[in-house]
Structure formats: C-alpha cells, structure tokens
Design a protein around this ligand. Structure first.
Ligand code: C2E
Ligand code: MG
Ligand code: MG
Length: 761
C-alpha cells in the first residue's frame, strides 16, 4: 500500500502546486479550477488514510468525508465544464441545483452515521487478519446514481462542445474528456470490485491536473498560428519572415503582391526585397529597423514603399531570423507632396504663391550679394471688368497664360516669380538679365490666350530697383506696385519705374480720394472767379475755377487734386458742385439786377462718361431759373478723342438748349484746324501756350493769326487765355481777338473779391 500513499502524496503536492498557479493566473475560469482542485485533495487524503488505517471511527469518518467530497467535487466538475465549454446559459440556476444535490447527498451521508442507510462497516477476517468491511446500503446506490449523472453531464457538455467547435479547439476538450472517461472507468471497476480503498482517485487527481493544464496553462499554438496567418494575410502591409540563414519562410499576401513573389516559391523573397530596397544582399541582411523609402514602377505606375527591417533574437541573444515590413505609402506621400506643393504654390497657375515668392526673393538676395536686382510686379488693367465681361473661365486662362509666359521668359537662375494676388504677379530679376523690350513683348503676347478673339487687355508693369536689401520684401513689391499706379491710366505706357515721389504721389492720391466728400460738405471747396474782359477793357463775365481751402494743406489750385479725381472718377462730384455754385451766384445776381455778367464753368472730358451732362446742366439751370445764355460751358477738344458722333450730339443738345459752349485750351493738345471746322462751338478759347512761347516768334504769330482768322470766318468769337502783358493784349487785339482773360486784367479771386471789384458800380 506504500506505493498508493506515495502516489497520492505526490499527486496532492502537484495539486497544491496547480492550485497556487491557478490562483495567480487571474483568469476568469480560475475560481472554478480552484474549487475543483481543493475538493480533489479531500478524497485523495481520505483514501490515503483508508489504505492504512484500521481504526473503525477513522475509517467511518474517512468514508463519510470521501463520499461528501466526491459529490461536491463532481458538482464543481459540472460547473467548471459548463464554464470551460462556454455554456453560460442559466448557469446560476444550474449552480443552485448543483448546490441542492450536494447538500442533499451530504446530509444523507452525515445522517448515515446514525441510520446506516448509506453504508455500514463490518468486522471481517482476511488472510492478513482482522479487517473492516464496507457494506453499501440502499442510499449508496442513489449516491452512485447522482455521481454518475453529474459525470455524464460533464462528459455530455464536453462532447457537445467538441462537435460544435473548430478542429483547432478539439484537443482542448478531448484531453479533459479522455481523462474523465478513463477515471470513470476506473471508478466503475472500483465499485464493482468493492475495494475498501478507491484507487481510481488517482485518476481523478490526474484529471484535475489536466483541467489545470488546459484551462490555465494551455496556449493553443496551432490556433494561434492559424490566427496569425489570417491576420497577416488580411493586413495591407507586406510582411516577410526570414530564418537565420536569410531564407524567406513566410510572405503574406500583400508582400507577395508588392514584390511579385510566387506563393509556391518564397525563396525569391530576399532577392525581390533587395531589388526594391536597392541594397547589396550582404549588407541588406543587416537591416535593422531602419526605414528605407523606395520607389517601384509597375505597369507605368509608380509605387512608393517604406521598408522596415527587424532582426529577431532569442532569450540568449542568438539570431533566430528577421522580418521585413513593407508599407505602401504611395497615396500618403502623394497627398503630402500635394499639400506641400499647395502650401507654397498658387493653386490656379502652379507657380509660387506670395509667401514662397517672398522667401525666395530673400534667398536670392542672400545668395547673390554682389548682384543688383529689380523687383517687378504686373497688373492687368481693370481685371474685374475682364472677369465680368468674358467670364471667370477666360480670366483664369489669362492668368495661366501670364504664369506660362513668366516660366518661359524667366530663364536666368536668379529669377524668381510668383502670383501675388488676383491679377498681380511678381518677380525678382537681376539687373544684368533685365530687358524692358522683352517684358513689353511678353505683355503684348498675353491677350492671345488661345481663343479666337484677341481681347484688348492692357498689362502694366512696375519696376523697383532694390537699394536697401534689408527692406521687407513686401515693401519692395509695394514700391513696384506704386510705380504702376503712375501709369495705370495710360495705355501707351507699359513699364514704370519706381521713384520716391511716385510713392508720395500715391499717398497724396489716397488722401485726396478719402477727403474730397467731406471737403465738399464742409465748404472747403470754393469757386474762384477770373474776369473775362472785352477789347474795350470791360468785364463781360468770369470763368469759375475751383479751389480747395484745405485745413492742413492750405490753399490748393486745381492742379493739385483735379487729375487724381479725374483718374478715380470722382471729378463728377466736384464739377456738379461747382456748377451748382455758379448757378446760385447767377441766380443771386439776377435777383440783384445784374444780368450783364455771365459765368463760364469747366466740364471735364471725364464728366461725359460719368453722367448725362446736358441733362444735369439743364436741370440745374431750370432749378435756379437761369437765363441759359448766362451759364457758359467750357469743354476741351480732348472730348473728341473717341465716340466723336456721340460727343457732337451732346454738344448740339447743350447748344440747342440755349447754352453757350466754349472750346477751352484750343491749341494745347491735339488741335487741328479741321476740328475747329467740325466742332459746333460758340466761342474759342485760345490756349495760353501760344503766349508762353513769346509773342515775338514769327511762326507762332502766323499760326495764331490763322486760327483767329478761321474762327472769325466761322463767326466764332475768340478769347485769349493767359494774357499777362500789355504787349500781348495789343498784339492779340491786332490779330482780331475779341476777349481776354489773364493776370494782366485780373487773377482768379474769391467771389467776395470779384463782386467788390466788379459789381459795386
Ligand atoms: P483753364 O480752364 O484753362 O483755366 C485757366 C487757367 O489758367 C486757370 O488755372 C487760371 O488760373 C490760369 N490763368 C489765368 N490767367 C493766367 C495768366 O495770365 N497766366 C497764367 N500763367 N495762368 C493764368 P487754374 O485755376 O489753376 O486751373 C487750371 C485748370 O484746371 C483749368 O484750366 C481747368 O482746365 C481746370 N479747372 C479749374 N477749375 C475747374 C473745375 O471746376 N472743373 C473742372 N473740370 N476743371 C477745372
Ligand atoms: Mg477753362
Ligand atoms: Mg483754358
């Protein structure tokens, strides 16, 4: 019997060991395994005692404990099996039933101490001497049936699970099932043989160890392998495994696709990988978790891969192999490249954007400290109109065309260009590469945007020569733009160069534009009157000339601000204001009975584009109930620059309405004698330019004589402007001039002064 005691002892130690490991595992199934193992220890111990004890009390106690513990053990076996197999349905109820069975059986076995309905012990005489005999009573059968039911329940759960789960899981259940079945067979043998000691308890202990191994320690490697394989196949990264001799032992689907590896011939894996990474086989085997970015062209398409390699070592540090991970970064890289491009380039034209252009200007200046540079900007005249009139599509094409031209022409290594905003482009160009003719030629090429029609587009360029390299780049471009503003209204000038006064002019222009409305409202704009005198020296009327009495700038003649207002289209406001002033003065004079004096007002050529001049003037004359003859209108021949028919009609309308129309500044600009013939005017004002040219000049004399003669023949009286000396008066009178205006007679003066001088009589 010694062997049995030793075996149970060893098994008990192993079971305790398993118990401790189970407790420490922290697995959810651990409490079930723990209970099972604890309740295995009791039948082990009682059977060990039974194998040598002869004391009837001890034996009776051992049997009692043995029967009770096996029932509890089997109940725990059932609940363990259900949890182990994943049958959690109504587990709590089942546990309660099991508890009921255990309590019921334990009570019967305890009562047996007094009733003997489970078993009784008898004194028997064996060959070896007196022995205690075990005689089962009627309840013993019930106990056995209950035990059998519990075992069958556990076996049934295991069988069901085996049948329903994957092959990979089968050994997990089969092992416990087999151990349990063998133990049950031994147990049956024990029952049939009616041995005092239950040696099959060894089987139960072994079964407990199996339970421990499979539920706590077991790692299903085949299952894990399968899972790893599936996961590796499903990921988009390419994975390759190499053994210690650099033989490819695994390549997932992605890797096989990327490297074009035949799944039946993995041996080409290393070779193909190296072809991609471009490293020598010797050195590449050393790759150790560094990332190589490689490109591969397949069927005309470029792929970008990140290849990462890792060496694998065992616990002793010996090389066991390596693996490589290939990530397809084509899309990501392209997206990043695109984002990087968009951050520094203009989306529409693909050339540098403002920030990048500024940076590159700084770079070029830094890299070429000995070279002189120009900063240039371009501007399309009235680009907004181009947009409105020809559509956005066309305007875009135009901008793309400009960018293309810049690309074509900017051949020097130090030239940088970009789009600054809207229709504004900018570039830096070394002085030595600069050629104005090429620029003008390029600007002339732009309107041919590839459409059938050539659009009248005017492009201006402004150039600033960099003097102070430390100046902010934006200020350099501002200066080039300021240069443009000086020629913006002149289509014949293409390129302008920045001068310091251009900047001042621009600032002054801004100031005038901002302040003019308020100046009109607050009476800073005033009419000055310059007398017009007859041959006899009698004042017949006056020209109304605008003046700005500026709170800061002081007294300003029109030359300081009128051209700005003409450029920005605000001239109409100030003219209408002066016309109305003139009307008011005439009205007052009429009330005062001074109907002998007229006033002549200036009409800017721009006014004809800004308003219906005859309608406005007629309205004003009517509003102040004027004798229309008293309001004379001065127009210049420049109005005849375009739309001649239309302008002639306008002049006719004014004359038909009863106004006297005077041709101002005749001879100053484009005058031709022909025009005089065609233009329906009532009075001719001879420009002072003739007088400046010194009246002694014979040629001038002749021209003036001719003009005056022609005017006379057309019945048009002549007023000479800018008369400053008595000689001029005499000379002009001699030629037949009828009226005079000039400093010799009177300077332009305020209304007050004019009235004091001319209306007091
Ligand atoms: P304009 O219509 O030819 O006016 C005559 C200009 O000659 C005036 O200059 C006048 O002051 C100046 N002047 C008169 N006599 C002499 C002289 O003996 N010697 C010299 N050197 N100059 C003389 P101002 O007032 O500076 O006006 C300049 C121009 O501005 C005018 O030339 C006219 O074209 C324009 N202007 C003046 N007021 C108005 C206005 O209210 N509306 C518009 N549209 N233009 C105006
Ligand atoms: Mg005038
Ligand atoms: Mg004039």
């Amino acid at each position: 019997m010694l062997w049995f005691i030793v075996t149970t002892g060893v098994l008990a130690v192993l079971t305790v060991f398993c118990l401790i490991r189970t407790e420490r595992s922290g697995k959810t199934i651990a409490p079930y395994v723990t209970h099972l193992l604890i309740w295995i220890l009791i039948p082990l111990a009682t059977n060990a005692v039974l194998s040598f004890s002869a004391d009837p009390i001890v034996i009776k106690f051992c049997y009692t404990a043995y029967f009770i513990s096996t029932t509890i053990l089997l109940c725990y076996l059932v609940s363990f099996t259900l949890v182990y197999c994943g049958y959690q349905y109504k587990l709590d109820t089942i546990k309660k039933v099991l508890l009921g069975i255990a309590v019921f059986d334990a009570l019967n076995i305890l009562i047996n101490w007094f009733t003997g309905h489970v078993f009784i012990l008898t004194d028997t005489v064996n060959e070896g001497g007196a022995d205690i005999g075990f005689v089962p009573a009627w309840y013993h059968k019930i106990h056995l049936i209950l035990s059998a039911v519990l075992i069958l329940l556990a076996l049934y759960a295991l069988v069901m699970k085996m049948m329903s789960s994957s092959k990979l899981y089968r050994d997990r259940y089969l092992s416990i099932f087999a151990a349990l079945t063998v133990t049950t067979v031994f147990e049956m043998i024990h029952i049939i043989a009616n041995n005092t000691v239950d040696r099959s308890i060894i089987g139960i202990a072994v079964c407990g160890i199996f339970v421990y191994i499979y539920s706590i320690e077991y790692v299903p490697s085949a299952l894990m392998d399968e899972m790893k394989k599936t996961v590796l196949s499903s990921i988009s990264d390419g994975i390759l495994f190499f053994d210690e001799n650099r033989n490819c032992i695994f390549a997932n689907e992605a890797a096989r696709f990327m490297l074009n590896i035949d799944s039946n011939n993995l041996s080409s894996g290393l070779e193909k990988l190296l072809a991609l990474t471009g490293e020598e086989p010797e050195s590449s085997a050393q790759y150790n978790s560094k990332i190589l970015t490689c490109t591969m062209t397949e069927n005309g398409q470029e792929y970008i891969y990140d290849v990462e390699g890792h060496k694998l070592h065992d616990l002793q540090g010996k090389l066991i192999g390596s693996f490589a991970k290939i990530t397809d970064t084509t899309e990501r890289t392209q997206r990043e490249n695109m984002n990087r491009f968009l951050a520094t380039h203009d989306k529409l034209t693909g050339i540098y954007n403002t920030d990048r252009l500024y940076d590159s200007v700084r770079e070029v200046l830094k890299e070429n400290p000995d070279k002189d540079f120009y900063i240039m900007t371009s501007d399309i005249k009235e680009f907004k109109l181009v947009n409105d009139r020809y559509g956005r599509n066309f305007a875009d094409k135009l901008l793309i065309r400009i960018a293309e031209l810049l690309k074509e022409k900017a051949v020097s290594s130090t030239t940088r260009y970009g789009r600054l905003s809207g229709d504004k482009f900018g570039c830096i160009i070394a002085k030595e590469n600069y050629n104005e003719q090429i620029i003008i030629q390029a600007m002339n090429e732009v309107p041919n945007v590839g459409l059938n029609v050539v659009i009248p587009i005017i492009i201006h360029a402004g150039v600033y020569e960099i003097e102070d390299r430390n100046m902010p780049v934006s200020a350099m471009f501002d200066r080039a733009s300021i240069a443009i503003s000086a020629i913006k209204h002149d289509a014949s000038l293409k390129v302008a160069y920045y001068e310091d006064n251009a900047r001042d002019e621009m600032l002054w222009g801004q100031k005038v534009t901002e302040q003019i409305d308020n100046a009109i409202l607050t009476g800073q704009i005033v009419p000055y009157l310059q007398a017009q005198v007859s041959r006899e020296g009698k004042v017949v009327g006056a020209e109304v000339l605008v003046r700005w009495i500026h709170p800061d700038e002081g007294f300003m003649p029109p030359g300081k601000f009128l051209s700005i207002l003409e450029k920005n289209g605000m001239i109409g406001k100030i003219d209408m204001y002066i016309w109305e002033c003139a009307c008011r003065i005439l009205r007052r004079w009429a009330y005062e009975g001074r109907n002998d004096l007229y006033l002549s007002v200036n009409i800017s050529p721009k006014d004809f584009y800004l308003m219906d001049v005859p309608a406005v003037i007629i309205d004003l004359a009517d509003k102040y109930e004027l004798d229309r003859k008293k309001l004379r209108l001065e127009i210049t021949e420049t109005i005849m620059m375009d739309d001649i028919e239309e302008k002639l009609k306008t002049i006719d309308r004014l004359r038909e309405a009863g106004f006297i129309v005077e041709m101002d500044d005749f001879g100053s600009g484009y005058s031709s004698l022909n025009m005089l013939k065609d233009m329906p005017v009532d009075v001719l004002k001879l420009d002072m330019i003739f007088l400046k040219d010194n009246s002694a000049n014979e040629r001038t004399r002749k021209i003036m004589a001719l003009i005056i003669d022609l005017a006379k023949s057309l019945d048009v009286p002549v007023i000479a402007e800018g008369v400053e000396t008595v000689e001029q008066v005499d000379f002009l009178a001699q030629l037949g001039c009828d009226f005079f205006q000039g400093y010799y007679f009177a300077r332009p003066v305020s209304l007050d002064e004019y009235e004091k001088k001319n209306l007091t009589a």
